[in-house]
Design a protein around this ligand. Structure first.
Ligand SMILES: Cc1cc2nc3c(=O)[nH]c(=O)nc-3n(C[C@H](O)[C@H](O)[C@H](O)COP(=O)(O)OP(=O)(O)OC[C@H]3O[C@@H](n4cnc5c(N)ncnc54)[C@H](O)[C@@H]3O)c2cc1C
Length: 459
């Protein structure tokens, strides 16, 4: 049995940074990773997809070149998948290797390769090794959910990981799941030249967003020739001469959608099934997420769960913030909490959706008096100048406190522009802080004060 001050399981978005802080404080750390250093974000999530979003954007702008007075000759726009992948890997591999090198190069950190699982509350087995520590940090992340549909074992299907490992261009990609991951991949492959159909069981895409956001996202995708089938639950998969037949319960014909390939993008499952949590007495919820308190402690003394596996966030920035909370509270005498976090994320379709705080529907559900400001991107000069004026800006404000409650900014640059509102929310300052600020012209951000100067009661 090898004894350490701390064990960290999973080299995702929280574990490696935490190892840096703990070892800098003089602690010895056993670090366990079973697969790819950097976890989902670096290897099969944010980083590779965002490089491909960039390639897809370049293809789209090349197609639109003539609109800008740029001549490319008469050749059709082609996409060289091997070059797309080479560019992607040139960004992913150094990031992965950098995480591994920094852990292995840390003299107080001992790296173990394999799957860690509990044999007791503070003891973990990795292959032949038994490790023990008073403090254990679980950063095991999640993976794509694969629903137990009839036929799912009879056909090849992609998840986010296997699609990223595929080096060809699908002729017709059927994406099951019209939410953040499905939409991102759908638009990427459409822009690369695939036919794309998105099948979503809810009546609209990204159903966690407001209806106007769903409608605008659908419009953006349909303009590019993506077929959207909503209120269409995928109920089975079957082999088909073309590749795969996706069967749906859609009332609109045709119920069956043939495609050359299918991507399952229907949610995520935490990697907790093989951790031996029961042997340590660590509580999980019914979905397999590790139950934590506001400071990310599990029910077992000294054991923490950070990142996607605790069900308190599903993003790289929330996993990283989990690390910050734990490090601040353990090492700096802090009292940071998950509940201090304001929800924020982006949907990386193009143009992107930046989201913070509550949706309009959530604000309405509270019943509080509120104000709303909106503006189409066609009335944002910078967007018009760029020839990218799809989408709209929407901001909600508490009528009494004057604080910003939430915003949905769908449009060019909105994944960045939204941060000026987010910081004002963190400052708990009134929205007039923004209206009194002078923003740079011409930017998307310069219109945020204008939207807030034109607030109307939310009826
Ligand atoms: C296609 C896609 C695109 C995404 N895009 C974005 C985005 O643009 N922005 C954003 O914020 N988020 C995005 N996400 C989400 C983001 O990737 C995750 O929220 C983030 O990676 C979670 O980090 P984590 O540290 O919790 O876990 P992970 O990054 O999943 O890391 C967990 C690590 O634990 C290891 N592990 C698991 N079990 C064990 C075990 N028993 N023993 C040893 N090792 C183990 C795994 O191998 C893995 O390396 C995306 C996700 C996907 C799938």
């Amino acid at each position: 049995m090898k004894s350490f001050d701390a064990i960290i399981v999973g080299a995702g978005q929280a574990g490696p940074s935490l190892a840096g802080r703990l070892t800098a404080a003089g602690m010895s750390v056993a670090f366990v990773e079973r697969k790819l250093f950097g976890g989902t974000c670096v290897n099969t999530g944010c980083t590779p997809t965002k490089t491909m979003v960039a390639s897809a954007y370049a293809a789209q702008m090349a197609r639109r070149a003539a609109e800008y007075g740029v001549t490319l000759g008469n050749a059709a726009i082609g996409v060289d998948m091997s070059a797309v992948i080479a560019r992607r890997d040139a960004i992913v591999l150094p990031a992965r290797n950098g995480v591994e090198a920094s852990l292995r190069g840390n003299p107080r950190c001992t790296v173990f390769t394999g799957t860690a699982s509990f044999t007791g509350p503070h003891v973990m087995r990795v292959g032949e090794e038994e490790l023990t520590a008073k403090q254990i940090f679980l950063n095991v992340g999640g993976r794509a959910s694969v629903p137990d549909l009839p036929g799912v074992r009879d056909v090849p299907f992609f998840t986010n990981s296997s699609l990223l490992a595929f080096t060809e261009l699908p002729r017709h990609l059927v994406v099951v799941g019209g939410s953040y991951i499905g939409i991102e991949f759908g638009q990427i492959y459409r822009r690369f030249g695939s036919e794309v159909t998105i099948v979503e069981r809810a009546p609209r895409l990204v159903q966690r967003e407001d209806e106007d956001v769903s409608a605008a996202v659908q419009d953006i995708l349909e303009r590019e020739g993506i077929t959207i089938r909503t209120s269409a639950e995928c109920i089975d998969l079957a082999p088909h001469p073309e590749g795969v037949l996706v069967g749906t319960n859609c009332a609109e014909p045709p119920p069956n959608i043939p495609g050359s390939h299918v991507l399952l993008a229907v949610g995520r499952t935490p990697n907790t099934q093989d951790l031996g949590l029961d042997r340590a007495g660590i509580a999980m919820d019914k979905h397999g997420y590790i139950v934590v308190d506001d400071e990310l402690r599990t029910n077992v003394e000294g054991v923490y769960a950070i990142g996607d596996c605790n069900g308190r966030g599903a993003f790289t920035h929330t996993a990283y913030n989990d690390y910050e909370i734990v490090a601040a509270n353990l090492l700096d005498g802090g009292s940071r909490r998950v509940s201090d976090r304001i929800p924020c994320y982006a949907l990386y379709c193009d143009p992107p959706l930046g989201r913070i705080g509550m949706t309009e529907a959530e604000v309405r559900a509270t019943g509080r008096p509120a104000l709303i400001g909106t503006r189409p991107m066609t009335r944002v000069n910078r967007a018009r100048e760029k020839g990218e004026s799809l989408g709209f800006l929407k901001i909600l404000v508490d009528a009494e406190t004057k604080q910003i409650l939430g915003a949905s900014l769908l449009g060019v640059g909105c994944d960045e522009a939204i941060h000026s509102l987010l910081d004002v929310m963190y400052a708990r300052a009134p929205y007039t802080t923004v209206t009194h600020a002078v923003h740079i012209h011409p930017t998307v951000s310069e219109l945020l004060p204008t939207v807030l100067e034109d607030l109307k009661p939310l009826r």
